[in-house]
Write a protein that binds this ligand. Structure first.
Ligand code: 13P
Length: 288
């Protein structure tokens, strides 16, 4: 069933596990993720960036595709359709109007005041329609950023002020993770993560979930992370499967066969992450 992220992330916080956010890029990815998460009986957040939305044909196409696939595949697990890193109030509004159940407003490169101002507008529009909202403080860098030097660590006081003034539902504080492959070892500030979790009392989100060591992810969950965002690792797993097939089979030309060649490796990566996050079979276990 399609829903916002509230129940998923508050249950995760109460019971100290995390919910996976997997980015989708096309119909097949959506299908593979839904099928594997159903098999693992875990709720899932389908993250859709503005770029991926354009690629797939707009907000309404994404919502209709997910809903129709869920009907066709008889998916019963809770699923959130979440706009990842929206750059403006207008993007969030369009996504919400199309049926997204959750949005992330990312004004983290603006001043704190400006971030608060736009986040408040998004929260007001979203909450009136039952949609949950994630916001970012500090700034999570990316591949463009050699040495990961563009990371702006979130300050505790900024997080407290942001949460109080915006009434945001979930907070993604930048604490050392980056989008895409790491240059060197990931260095996360767990102490600050714990402090932000305790002082804001909100479920926290960790972006740039690919390439972080397993023990660091376990530690992050114990410090308040309830949602882990993963994109690159699934891309790498899928590509490895497709590359393998193309190398051994020089005759194949049917796109359905080529795209499907990435399915097994991608599903293995999904399952491994679900195990690590502690949410395997969470929906079967009624005591949680
Ligand atoms: P990775 O691509 O590093 O997994 O990050 C994904 C992400 O944070 C999406 O918001």
């Amino acid at each position: 069933m399609i829903q916002n992220m509230n129940d998923m992330l508050w249950n995760a916080k109460k019971n100290q596990y995390a919910i996976p956010h997997f980015n989708i890029n096309n119909l097949e990815w959506t299908r593979f993720i839904l099928e594997e998460c159903e098999a693992c009986q875990t709720p899932v957040i389908l993250g859709v960036s503005e770029g991926a939305t354009k690629y797939m044909g707009g907000y309404q196409t994404v919502v209709d595709m997910v809903k129709n696939l869920m009907d066709y595949l008889q998916i019963t697990i809770p699923v959130a359709i979440h706009l990842d890193h929206a750059s403006s109030y207008e993007s969030c509004k369009k996504a919400i109007d199309a049926g997204f159940t959750s949005v992330m407003i990312d004004a983290s490169q603006e001043s704190l005041d400006k971030n608060i101002e736009v986040s408040k507008m998004v929260v007001s529009y979203a909450h009136a329609r039952g949609v949950s909202v994630e916001g970012e403080i500090g700034h999570v860098g990316g591949q463009e950023d050699e040495n990961n030097s563009g990371i702006l660590y979130a300050e505790v006081e900024d997080c407290i002020q942001y949460v109080q003034e915006t009434q945001i539902d979930f907070l993604a504080p930048a604490l050392g993770s980056v989008h895409g492959p790491y240059h060197g070892d990931p260095v996360l500030n767990f102490e600050r993560m714990k402090e932000i979790s305790e002082k804001t009392n909100l479920p926290l989100v960790l972006h740039g979930g690919s390439g972080i060591y397993d023990e660091q992810i376990r530690m992050a969950i114990s410090c308040g992370i309830c949602k882990l965002n993963i994109n690159t690792e699934l891309q790498q797993a899928w590509t490895a499967g497709v590359r393998e097939r193309l190398e051994v089979d020089k005759e194949v030309y049917d796109p359905r066969k080529i795209i499907k060649a990435g399915e097994n490796k991608m599903k293995q990566a999904i399952r491994a992450k679900i195990e690590l996050l502690g949410c395997m079979n969470i929906l079967k276990n009624t005591s949680r």
